[in-house]
Design a protein around this ligand. Structure first.
Ligand code: SF4
Ligand code: SF4
Length: 334
């Protein structure tokens, strides 16, 4: 079912939806520099002409989250503060990213992550149709250009909003609106096509030991910016916060971390499993384009959003790295 709705009327519908949902979309941050996911109350706040700098994961996988409180000899699991569900306007790549996080947090190792699940269960998506691919996207070559898991889809024009209704939970909001023939379309080509390296258990050791990785030791700052913007990066650290000196009362938070950070693999006693930026880059490439799929089947972890390439202060291209590795393996690199 499709509808054509004037923007002023669409804003009224957003107001009705806001009674049940916290509505998030890519919008300019307070400094009006970056586009990241924030609450909106008008369709005019949604940035449509550029890709968001950060992914939608910030909404359902917060940067910092209290897991539990400890008080002397008691532990209390934290409660989710947000009572309303989330309705998130997001592009196909971001909608597909959540499936990757679901694998990690809900289908990995036989136990579900409570802190992820309780927010994840609140999420519904409004697909933001991409009129065309942005410069750094390579979603088509990783199969993330098409999304299925959305309740509504929108095409935002100058004067009106076209809406596709998929989820019957939203029918009442559109009962009185003018129907029209609209179904979301998806981009079918990007300016870039990734060449995915063929890594397997047979060549894993050889590929791991390539000189190729050493170039990153000098080039990469280990800043972790690429992890931060990635909608599929899921790693976190835990931090204990003690409320007062000498007290046993405090809280344990989990905060985002990232495989590209220098101390990510630091353990007690000062040992580090991966000691160089090159080793970290190798880990990231393997995770995004080998072991995730090896474990879960179906699809690679990377959804081809290209945000990591835009974010890198050293202009290191993950896309180029992956393609170059592909070529080296094809050439029979030793
Ligand atoms: S392109 Fe980069 S930021 Fe986007 S999903 Fe792939 S690794 Fe993550
Ligand atoms: S953003 Fe660039 S410099 Fe920073 S960790 Fe990632 S690859 Fe290295």
């Amino acid at each position: 079912m499709g509808y054509c709705i004037e923007k002023t009327r669409f804003d009224e519908i957003l107001g009705e939806l806001a009674e049940t949902y916290q509505i998030y979309a890519p919008r300019l941050d307070a400094q009006k520099r970056r586009v990241r996911f924030g609450k909106i109350n008008s369709v005019s706040q949604i940035v449509t002409d550029r890709q968001s700098d950060f992914s939608a994961k910030e909404v359902y996988y917060p940067i910092s989250q209290v897991m539990f409180y400890f008080r002397d000899d008691r532990v209390e699991i934290s409660e989710a503060k947000d009572e309303k569900d989330f309705l998130i306007f997001a592009r196909a790549c971001d909608i597909n990213s959540i499936r990757r996080l679901d694998r990690i947090f809900l289908e990995n190792g036989g136990a579900q992550d409570l802190f992820y699940k309780r927010l994840r269960d609140k999420v519904k998506f409004v697909l933001l149709e991409c009129p065309e691919s942005f410069d750094e996207c390579f979603c088509v070559s990783v199969g993330s250009n098409i999304a299925e898991d959305y309740s509504l889809a929108v095409r935002i024009n100058d004067d009106d909003v076209k809406v596709e209704l998929k989820d019957e939970d939203f029918e009442d909001y559109f009962d009185d609106e003018e129907e029209c023939d609209y179904h979301a379309e998806f981009v079918t080509e990007n300016k870039k096509t990734v060449r995915i390296p063929q890594i397997s258990r047979d060549n894993l050791k050889t590929v791991s030991e390539l000189e190729f990785w050493k170039q990153f030791d000098d080039k990469c700052l280990s800043c972790g910016g690429c992890n931060t913007v990635c909608g599929t990066c899921s790693c976190f650290d835990t931090v204990d916060v003690i409320y007062e000196e000498g007290s046993n009362d405090g809280e344990r938070r989990r905060v985002w971390s990232g495989c590209m950070l220098e101390d990510f693999t630091l353990t007690a006693g000062g040992s580090r499993a991966r000691k160089t930026p090159g080793a970290n880059m190798r880990f990231k490439v393997f995770h995004k384009f080998y072991d995730f799929k090896d474990r879960f089947g179906e699809e690679h972890m990377c959804v081809g959003c290209g945000r990591c390439d835009i974010r890198c202060p050293k202009e290191l291209s993950f896309f180029d790295t992956v393609c170059e590795l592909h070529d080296l393996i094809e050439e029979g690199a030793e």
